[in-house]
Design a protein around this ligand. Structure first.
Ligand SMILES: C[S@@+](CC[C@H](N)C(=O)[O-])C[C@H]1O[C@@H](n2cnc3c(N)ncnc32)[C@H](O)[C@@H]1O
Length: 502
């Protein structure tokens, strides 16, 4: 690719913090495609394109974790691309390149990709660029490829639009990005804190203003105060995709398509309103939830999808879950005692089926390990065909409800720090620029304390645990407070965050 250098943009003036997004990882896209009867390209040998990749914070960890796959990013902001390219060089990665380029000038020679991602782009660009995103999906997506786009949606964004208009009215004429953010934040604070008085209907907007106060400067500037921020109804997005011969596959968070949290009557009414159309059902669900943001997967229109979700696929996948039984000593063996399990995200599920109870207890115990379905059955001692089939159904239902994770591969992390512990080089590099680091499962964790970040940086595989403890003791004012036990606990915690490699 030859770079006709685009002019500096607002993203060069005020950076936007890009984090790794597990919902965009090719593994997530492949898992959902498989469950819908597609034959996506194996993730460890695929090509991935990210449009509006920023500084590559999403793409670079993917490239590190999948060394035999190829990753290409494109972004208009030169500063972000330069930072990302420096990181790629520092890490010595040869399977990822970032291009400082307008997606309007994307060369056809880039070829086809098995997965294409555009997060935070569709709603925030002019009409022609919005259309080009979908044109690129169509032109560059492999026949069984999966594309991801996130966008703001109605009806939820009507209220957000009120916030944007109020804040933009207030900062009208203020050009300096830092000043715009400061003044917008000051007004949001004032409106959030205004007491509500009888007969005045200000509570909803005040609550939105409180939410704005939690936004990072980059989000406030590039989302709330953006000159272009175009929400669409879901049906409009799908119609737009259809004009580019693309169809709705699913949401990247499959559990967001579920109605389990509502009484059954809500689901029945949605079915009636949908009249057999998944798009209609999703649209009415957005009305129910007053939805404001979507992360939608698309594929080519000629792909025949099996929306019944095939449980047999679970047999080819890895399973993991941080669920915990609520009871201290759950009765796994009894076929009549119902046990309740809580997911890390807060929901609960219950079952009296002994094999399911055994599987959930086991998964929680070995979390965050990923285990192939057949190995999982071996580990809990399930052999019978009937129980195996039933467990496939239950785990699929638990996946769509957000209780377990399914994946096409297991990332290479270790849970036991070795003699000379080694942390992911991506995470080690990231500690130099902030608290957020990317785990080997492509999630972000914030290592808040400086000492934790320093330890992570030292874990380059050259130091024994004793040497590490010595070095850490030199860094703290009161070395005796850093006990070998405390040090081991911190190491174990980093391993449980999925930050250590073999
Ligand atoms: C809101 S940020 C999202 C960045 C990243 N995808 C994320 O989710 O964190 C939008 C990004 O799209 C880039 N962008 C906007 N218009 C573009 C265009 N026409 N071509 C390439 N990149 C563009 C911006 O420079 C910016 O980095």
């Amino acid at each position: 690719v030859t770079d006709p250098t685009p002019a500096p943009t607002l993203y060069d003036q005020l950076a936007y913090r890009t984090l790794a997004k597990p919902q965009t990882h090719p593994d997530r896209l492949a898992t959902i495609a498989l469950l819908h009867g597609m034959t996506p390209r194996p993730v460890d040998r695929c090509r991935v394109l990210e449009l509006g990749c920023g500084d590559g914070s999403n793409l670079v960890p993917m490239a590190y974790g999948l060394p035999d796959s190829e990753f290409v990013g494109v972004d208009l902001a030169g500063t972000a691309v330069a930072a990302g390219t420096a990181a790629i060089e520092a890490l010595g990665l040869r399977n990822v390149t970032l291009h400082h380029r307008d997606i309007m000038d994307l060369p056809a020679t880039l070829g086809t990709f098995d997965y294409i991602v555009a997060h935070g782009l569709y709603s925030w660009v002019p009409d022609a660029v919005r259309d080009r995103i979908l044109a690129i999906f169509h032109a560059h997506l492999a026949p069984h490829g999966v594309a991801y786009a996130s966008y703001n949606t109605y009806p939820g964004c009507h209220l957000r639009q009120a916030v944007w208009q109020v804040l933009k009215f207030h900062v009208h004429g203020v050009d300096d990005p830092t000043e715009r953010v400061a003044q917008a934040r000051a007004l949001a604070r004032f409106l959030a804190d205004c007491p509500q008085v009888d007969g005045v209907d200000g509570a909803a907007l005040a609550s939105e203003m409180r939410a704005v106060l939690d936004h990072s400067p980059g989000l406030l500037f590039h989302d709330d105060l953006a000159s272009i921020n175009v929400p669409v109804y879901f049906h409009q997005f799908v119609a737009h995709a259809h004009r580019h011969a693309l169809q709705f596959l699913a949401e990247a968070n499959l559990h967001e398509m579920q109605t389990r949290a509502y009484p059954p009557a809500v689901d029945a009414q949605l079915q009636a309103l949908a009249d057999g159309s998944v798009v209609q059902r999703e649209q009415y669900l957005d009305f129910v939830a007053n939805r404001r943001f979507r992360q939608t997967l698309l594929c080519h229109e000629d792909v025949v999808l099996d929306r019944s979700l095939e449980p047999d696929v679970v047999g080819r996948l890895y399973v993991s879950s941080g669920v915990r039984p609520i009871a201290e000593h759950p009765d796994v063996a009894s076929p009549t005692v119902v046990e309740e399990f809580r997911s890390p995200r807060g929901g609960t599920m219950s079952t009296d089926y002994p094999a399911a109870k055994a599987v959930l207890v086991h998964l929680g115990r070995v979390w965050p390990r990923e285990i192939r379905f057949d190995a999982l059955l071996d580990e809990v001692g399930v052999k019978e065909a009937e129980a195996t089939a039933k467990l496939r159904d239950i785990l699929l239902a638990a996946y769509t409800a957000g209780f377990v994770e399914l994946s096409t591969l297991a990332p290479h992390f270790v849970l036991e720090p070795g003699v000379r512990p080694l942390a992911s080089p991506v995470a080690r590099l990231q500690t130099q620029s902030g608290a957020f680091v990317t785990t080997l499962r492509h999630t972000s964790v914030s290592i808040e304390d400086d000492l934790g970040r320093r330890l992570l940086r030292l874990l380059d595989g050259t130091r024994t645990r004793e040497e590490l403890l010595e070095e850490m003791r030199r860094l703290v004012p009161n070395p005796s407070e850093l006990t070998p036990d405390g040090f081991e606990r911190t190491l174990t915690q980093l391993a449980r965050f999925r930050l250590l490699v073999a």
